[in-house]
Design a protein around this ligand. Structure first.
Ligand SMILES: NC(=O)c1ccc[n+]([C@@H]2O[C@H](COP(=O)([O-])OP(=O)(O)OC[C@H]3O[C@@H](n4cnc5c(N)ncnc54)[C@H](O)[C@@H]3O)[C@@H](O)[C@H]2O)c1
Length: 249
């Protein structure tokens, strides 16, 4: 399977920590030049330094469309274009549907959906004409269920939008040779989920995973490497669940 990404240039959003860091590492291990974008600029730089000299950390709040354009313009200035965009930045929303304020909803949709819009609009012009160009979106099992192990209906709604974006862009960008796919992780133990788990909650949620464990960030990164590389050259518009069987229960 050809997962060699040598010489390809990627931007991974929300990659200062957690799943995004795992993705940056997975891409870098396969030879990719990785820009780690995060609203936490110090964290982004530290993450990039951990991956090696071909990686760079950049400040990027995905809610800011001008910032997205600036980051892509800088990548184009240095490398002449962009091959891979991973829309990973996201926040969760938990609890009863009627306890969520309009302010929280605006923030949720601003990062999880408008953030994808901003990064796609900024990145696609820089991806045109690049052989093997690929976009990978990080959705969630919550998209299919309208809420998941932790995320509520509003979170699931934003991730369902990410799945729809993936399907539609797969169709729209296919003729230009840009593939667009998504991954729906099950639970991954990151800063996003750790704080939500008491030992009792952890045991209860774990019992819903047929494979008997949560995902590692590497489980997700391996799937991203597949979808970002020529190994998946004939796959587009798809959402791949990497969930230990959660959606089958
Ligand atoms: N952890 C899980 O169980 C799980 C499951 C399914 C899907 N996901 C999705 O995976 C993605 C990563 O989740 P995680 O668990 O690593 O979360 P995390 O909270 O550990 O990390 C999220 C990263 O995104 C960054 N970020 C937040 N807002 C941003 C913004 N406006 N612009 C740029 N960066 C921003 C944060 O600074 C952080 O570095 C999210 O889209 C999340 O919805 C996570």
């Amino acid at each position: 399977m050809n997962t060699d990404l040598t010489g390809r240039v990627a931007l991974v959003t929300g990659a200062a920590r957690g799943i995004g860091e795992g993705i940056a590492q997975g891409l870098a291990e396969n030879g990719c030049i990785v820009f780690v974008g995060d609203v936490d600029v110090q964290g982004a730089r530290a993450c990039a330094a951990r991956q090696g000299p071909q990686c760079a950390g950049v400040g990027l709040d995905v809610r800011d469309e001008e910032a997205a354009k600036r980051v892509v313009a800088e990548i184009v200035r240095i490398h002449g274009g962009l091959d891979i965009l991973v829309n990973n930045a996201g926040i969760v929303c938990t609890g009863p549907f009627d306890a969520v304020s309009r302010t929280e909803w605006d923030r949720l949709i601003g990062i999880n959906v408008t953030g994808v819009f901003n990064c796609v609009q900024a990145a696609v012009p820089a991806m045109r004409g690049r052989a093997g160009a690929a976009i990978v979106n990080i959705a969630s099992v919550s998209a299919e269920k309208g809420g998941g192990a932790f995320g509520n209906v509003w979170y699931g709604t934003t991730k369902a939008a990410v799945v729809a974006i993936t399907k539609g862009l797969g169709r729209d960008l296919g003729p230009e040779g840009i593939r667009v796919n998504a991954i729906s992780p099950g639970v991954v133990e990151t800063d996003m989920t750790r704080g939500l788990m008491t030992p009792e909650v952890r045991a209860r949620v774990l019992s819903r995973f047929p494979l008997g464990r949560f995902a590692s960030t590497q489980d997700i990164a391996l799937a991203v490497v597949y979808l970002a590389s020529d190994a998946s050259a004939f796959v587009t518009g798809e959402t791949l669940a990497v969930d230990g069987g959660f959606l089958r229960t």
